[in-house]
Design a protein around this ligand. Structure first.
Ligand SMILES: Nc1ncnc2c1ncn2[C@@H]1O[C@H](COP(=O)(O)OP(=O)(O)OP(=O)(O)O)[C@@H](O)[C@H]1O
Ligand SMILES: [Mg+2]
Length: 706
């Protein structure tokens, strides 16, 4: 029997010739294997780019990845055996390789084959140290992981004796994952597989523990191409998916993201409200329309109370912004507003009955406060603070005289998701504009709002949601406690009109995030959930930092930036899949701690990916342009050592609906040439499919002129 040291001796393939902190140069022995190594105890491909070698030291070994291989003419070849000083040494071709130190394989027990992989390198080697091929057990320890790290098997490592590659869900989802690669490189299959294998592994673990099969897992897939429903077309939990889409088919549900979910930033981005007048009007209108829930039954004086409440809110807002004593024409606009309010209160005062003395007095005081005397000629409109405070006081007193509670005057957050109808929003915008004396400036805003609410396809998503409550929505989209509902939500965005697709995505992602944030606050524990964003370069697109003009793509990206920054604390993990990493938001990418890199050919994308990984791993990524489909480099938090993985094969029925097009098969199909656009047009134009060919009069009557 050979001792471990003797055994290691057999596996020596060269010596260290040069040491830098990020790279070692290795001089290969003349008898080191040239294509397949047999001295490792099994046939291992050696030397290969991205293969592993070990540099033994006191604590175990440094794990290195081969980054470069070559032959160089050395002046003094390394000759084995006795040196013959009578010979002249001629330049001799020696094989060299450059290797990247990536981690340490620490030996736990000198006699037993027990190791532990540690990130980083504690002890650097010195020139002349031996370099070994890892044994099969060592490779297994490097690649396969132990315990939690072996929970979800995602594939095998072709350069590590086909050892299984597994990941720990806490690591891979807990700190966000980016799956990057060119079109057709296998990203969607990898993501669908990861979800499937994670759920299967959790179900198996539960069964082993004698628990019910369906795990308490939540995956929400935002699917812009409508490809994921096919990958989970089963009725069997846990892999059964709740599919939400526009024009749902059998077993699918209508996608609903009601307009009362949208917050003010989303409304502003969508309506492109101008910063000066439309934005404050819209925010105030949203505040008002959301506040109406506080008064479910319209009572007598309801109208007047609302009027006075809006007045108080507007005066407060104007006071905070300093308009009454600001630069011209701001004080003039404020003056005109109070003139208008006065005109609104006077008829109310005249109409009060004789026994309503208290109200009459309050209104009269209010009118008096509103009658701020101004010079007629060369009028200046600057207000003083006491004047404005007096106005505020009179309006607040009138509000309580009409039965309003002081708590009603505390402004409602314009973003609370309280239900309102599209019509009430329109009315609220009109009324607020009237109060703020900016009616003519909000015309374009109203036109845009009306056109949005008139579009039948948009209506089905954002407006026609009678009876939908926030609780129902969260139970359906994020998940409830019914195990038969499965663990997976697929939100198919493929038919969402392009005008609102960014807002719908932003609102959905934000609602999920805020729900989990609030869940943790109430329950004092998190609800681990994974949010998957496909085609992330469209929805998480880098933007120019321009606070004045934020379009819906920017608002959408900002939601994902927030999730990337804060999601971990609330149990929300992000999985991004993208073809164009260079177009993604740098903030989001910087927060992704694990990467699965498929083939990337484009220069700019490669450069960006290189910048994301630690310096010494840059060389490892040179293989990216040549990776075959289904192969990916796994690196980052979820794996102590970067691994080239051949992702597990997904059978056809479990793949997303994204087959490569088969031109030749279609061209040569053995079937009659049939092509009809009728159903396509009918679905597109939202009309019943009609047989135009039959309906059309075959012989139109000749016109009188012909
Ligand atoms: N793990 C896998 N198992 C089986 N087939 C795979 C796997 N990964 C990729 N493929 C094959 O590659 C094809 C393309 O994969 P996929 O749709 O995942 O690419 P993609 O990177 O998502 O492309 P795109 O960026 O255009 O969406 C699949 O249709 C499938 O045939
Ligand atoms: Mg895809």
């Amino acid at each position: 029997m050979t001792s471990p040291v003797e055994h290691a001796g057999h596996r020596t393939i060269g010596t260290i010739a040069c040491v830098a902190p990020n790279e070692f140069t290795v001089l290969l022995d003349t008898d080191a294997p040239a294509s397949t190594a047999l001295n490792a105890g099994y046939p291992a491909p050696f030397p290969r780019i991205n293969g592993y070698v070990l540099v033994p030291n006191e604590v175990g070994s440094i794990i290195c990845l081969i980054a470069w291989l070559g032959i160089e003419n050395a002046p003094y070849p390394k000759r084995l055996g006795m040196k013959d000083f009578g010979l002249v040494d001629l330049p001799y071709p020696v094989r060299k390789m450059k290797v990247l130190p990536v981690a340490t394989l620490r030996r736990l027990d000198i006699d037993e084959a027990q190791w532990e992989v540690e990130r980083g390198v504690r002890l650097f080697p010195t020139v002349g140290d031996a370099v070994l091929l890892p044994s099969r057990e060592e490779l297994r320890h490097i690649v396969e992981g132990r315990g939690a790290d072996a929970r979800i098997r995602i594939g095998v490592a072709p350069l590590a004796g086909a050892a299984k590659v597994s990941v720990d869900p806490d690591k891979v989802f807990g700190r966000h994952l980016a799956v990057l690669g060119n079109t057709g490189s296998g990203k969607s299959c990898t993501v669908a597989g990861l979800i499937r294998w994670a759920l299967e592994a959790a179900a198996a673990e539960r069964q082993r523990n004698g628990q019910a099969k369906v795990p308490l897992a939540r995956f929400i897939v935002l699917d812009p191409n409508g490809e994921y429903s096919r990958a989970f077309a089963t009725q069997e939990p846990p892999l059964k998916a709740r599919v939400f889409k526009v024009d749902p088919g059998e077993g699918e549900r209508q996608l609903q993201v009601p307009l009362w979910f949208w917050n003010s930033a989303e409304w502003i981005a969508f309506t492109k409200a101008s910063a000066k007048t439309q934005k404050p009007t819209l925010i105030e209108a949203l505040r008002l329309v959301r506040d109406q829930q506080a008064e479910p039954v319209p009572s007598a004086n309801h109208e007047m109370r609302r009027f006075l409440r809006t007045m108080v809110a507007t005066i407060r807002a104007e006071k905070n912004s300093g308009s009454p004593w600001g630069t011209f024409p701001k004080p003039k606009a404020f003056f005109e507003k109070i003139q208008k309010w006065k005109g609104g209160i006077e008829p109310e005062l005249a109409g009060l009955a004789g026994n309503e003395a208290e109200r009459a007095k309050a209104l009269a005081d209010c009118i008096e406060a509103l009658c701020v005397p101004r010079r007629q000629q060369y009028a200046h409109f600057d207000f003083t603070r006491p004047e404005v405070d007096n106005l505020l006081d009179a309006a607040s007193k009138a509000h309580s005289a009409f039965g309003g509670a002081d708590s009603d005057l505390v402004p409602v957050d314009a973003d609370v998701p309280r239900p309102f109808t599209p019509d009430s929003l329109l009315r609220s915008v009109e009324a607020t504009a009237e109060m703020m004396n900016v009616s003519e400036h909000v015309e374009t805003l109203l036109i845009r709002l009306r056109s949005l609410l008139a579009d039948s396809q948009m209506k089905s998503i954002i407006a026609d949601c009678p009876g939908l409550t926030l609780e129902n929505w969260l139970t359906e989209y994020v998940g409830g406690s019914d195990p038969d509902e499965g663990c997976l939500t697929v939100i198919d965005l493929s038919l969402v009109p392009s005008e609102i697709v960014n807002v719908v995505t932003a609102v959905t992602a934000r609602m999920v995030f805020e729900a989990l944030q609030r869940y943790r606050k109430v329950n004092e524990h998190t609800l681990p959930t994974v949010l998957v964003m496909e085609e992330a370069h469209t929805f998480v697109k880098r933007y120019k930092d321009d606070f004045e003009d934020q379009d819906s793509a920017t608002v959408c990206c900002q939601v994902f930036e927030r999730i990337a920054r804060e999601g971990r604390k609330f149990g929300l993990g992000l999985v991004l899949s993208s073809q164009r990493p260079s177009e993604l938001s740098p903030t989001v990418l910087a927060q992704c701690n694990t990467f699965l890199l498929h083939r990337i050919v484009n220069d700019r994308d490669q450069e960006l990916v290189q910048r994301l990984v630690p310096d010494n791993l840059g060389g490892l990524l040179s293989e990216l342009p040549t990776l075959p489909t289904r192969h990916a480099i796994l690196l980052g938090w979820a794996t102590p050592v970067p691994v080239l993985v051949e992702i597990r094969d997904l059978p056809k029925g479990q793949r997303p609906d994204s087959e490569d097009p088969r031109f030749w098969t279609a061209w040569c199909a053995d079937q009659a040439h049939q092509l009809t656009w009728t159903p396509v047009v009918a679905a597109w134009q939202h009309v019943q499919a009609v047989q135009h060919t039959e309906d059309r009069d075959p012989d139109p009557p000749a016109t009188a002129t012909s």
